[in-house]
Design a protein around this ligand. Sequence first.
Ligand SMILES: O=C(O)c1cccc(C(=O)CC[C@H]2O[C@@H](n3cnc4c(=O)[nH]cnc43)[C@H](O)[C@@H]2O)c1
Length: 224
Amino acid sequence: MRVLVATAVPAERDAVAQAFPAGRGPAAPGLLAAGVGPARAAAATAAALTAAERDGAPYGLVVSAGIGGGFLPGAPLGSLVVADEITAADLGAETPDGFLPVTELGFGTVTHRPPAALVRRAAAATGAPAGTVLTVTTVTGTAARAAELRARHPRALAEAMEGFGVAEAAALHGLPVLEIRAVSNPVGPRDRAAWRIGEALAALTEGFGKLAPVLESWNSHDDQ
Ligand SMILES: O=C(O)c1cccc(C(=O)CC[C@H]2O[C@@H](n3cnc4c(=O)[nH]cnc43)[C@H](O)[C@@H]2O)c1
């Protein structure tokens, strides 16, 4: 089964590629630097999936991967998290009584759930905790916003900007999705000096090294 790994930027794509030094073989995934943000990620991922189908080499699994912000204490700097829920945190409406997700307005979806057995295997192989990974269109930059997100999503381990878009594209193609994030910064007050992008990229490489046999051996029929 072919696997497509969609990152936001080339540095993340290259960090994943380093885990597959030969760049080929059964475990080597297709790699796509899809762009930043859920809309761009969805469009680029959908285009790649359509092209692969057209070329007679369809993908069977899509993985959203990259760096992200971590909610402490579950996801400290340099750690890895696996999403068991991929949730669009700001897709909805503000009301005087608080935020309403689009689902409560009668539209669409706000959460995609990766296959449970795949999540378990990915978490076991990497040693990463499994939890909700939020997709936001604005990087959290205040303690108040971090507290609001945590209150609405108590299981959240991390936030990033692409997972939900990648998951929407995968769902439109009838494919399962997984999201893996390496924590580059805490979710909270903006402190650019505290970002540890190099450490997070190294964690991404190490994590994909451990994930390779899981991706290679997994097929959707044995998800239980
Ligand atoms: O605020 C800055 O100075 C700054 C510096 C470098 C990068 C950024 C980004 O906004 C990168 C967004 C990019 O990285 C992912 N990411 C990483 N951490 C977070 C986060 O805490 N919240 C949301 N997204 C994050 C995201 O997936 C994008 O691809 C800013």
